[in-house]
Design a protein around this ligand. Structure first.
Ligand code: ADP
Ligand code: MG
Length: 274
């Protein structure tokens, strides 16, 4: 059997679930509702890259660069130093700073890809980690393009030795992705979830897909702690099905989500009460 090179994620207890880490060169979708831990997972992945001497690029669209640096610092990761030492480039797509060469001035996928390649050239040759957090921002106003854009990003960046995490936001009500584009091109899908159990917010992770990997099929509880960060606590008693709404309810919600996305007025949708 050929040995696959895998990149450890830096999240305690996680790599064991995927046979030791994410295969080099993979594009992995990291999906979930707001507050489930996608950004913190991504920060760990980059911190691990810094530790191992990889080239690291973090694109942030929903938080400023400063916010990512502060969040990382809460878990003991010095991203400012990594930037100074040319181990990390944070591309800020939110603030549009004019005096920062790594700022994105518009949210076009072409500019994004060009900036990432520029950052890779700047960091130099070698194994690289890329986070795009989140991809959803690039097609918020044109969700129908999601799949095409995701494919474009993967095709163009494929040659640059990236192992990439692409985060994507899910709608709170239905868990339906904005444009559900990344999953189609992804080599792996890591899905974060949350639910309130006996009055307490619990977070979970499940690996829905990881090519060339005999991965765990169970849902795991995770926790995020100040000064420490994310870790896998252990498998849950719950199956994925237990936290999902009945199919009929989900179907109705999906139709309404799609109507919103496509801006179809409800009275032409053909649905009726029976
Ligand atoms: N220093 C910290 N200590 C403990 N929990 C934290 C800390 N920082 C953030 N969190 C938790 O992480 C959550 C945010 O996770 P995040 O990865 O940003 O979510 P997502 O990117 O999926 O929207 C917060 O709502 C909070 O519960
Ligand atoms: Mg986030």
């Amino acid at each position: 059997m050929t040995e696959i090179e895998r990149l450890t994620t830096g999240v305690q207890g996680f790599d064991e679930l995927i046979g030791g880490g994410i295969p080099r060169g993979f594009f992995v979708a990291v999906v979930g509702e707001p507050g489930t831990g996608k950004t913190i997972f991504s920060i760990h992945f980059i911190a691990e890259g810094i530790r191992l001497g990889d080239k690291n690029i973090y694109v942030t669209t929903e938080e400023s660069k400063e916010s990512i640096i502060r969040q990382a610092a809460m878990f003991g990761f010095d991203f400012e130093r990594a930037i100074r030492e040319k181990k990390l480039v944070i591309i800020d797509a939110l603030m549009g700073y004019r005096d920062d060469p790594w700022s994105l001035t518009d949210l076009s996928v072409e500019e994004l890809v060009n900036k990432i390649i520029e950052a890779k050239r700047f960091l130099g040759y070698g194994r690289a980690r890329l986070v795009i957090d989140s991809m959803s921002a690039f097609w918020l106003d044109k969700p129908a393009m999601a799949r095409k854009y995701s494919y474009y990003v993967k095709r163009v960046l494929y040659r640059w030795d990236f192992t990439a995490l692409l985060t994507s936001q899910y709608a709170v009500t239905t868990s339906l992705g904005f444009g559900f584009g990344i999953e189609h091109v992804a080599d792996g899908i890591i899905r974060f979830r949350k639910s309130v159990v006996r009055g307490e917010l619990k977070r979970y992770v499940i690996i829905e897909k990881m090519r060339q990997t005999e991965h765990s099929l169970r849902m795991y509880e995770i926790e995020i702690r100040d000064g420490v960060g994310m870790r896998v606590v252990g498998p849950t008693r719950y199956r994925k099905e237990d936290t999902v709404l009945p199919a009929s309810v989900t179907a109705r919600m999906i139709v309404s989500e799609l109507q919103k996305l496509l801006e179809i007025p409800e009275d032409v949708s053909g649905s009726r009460e029976d």
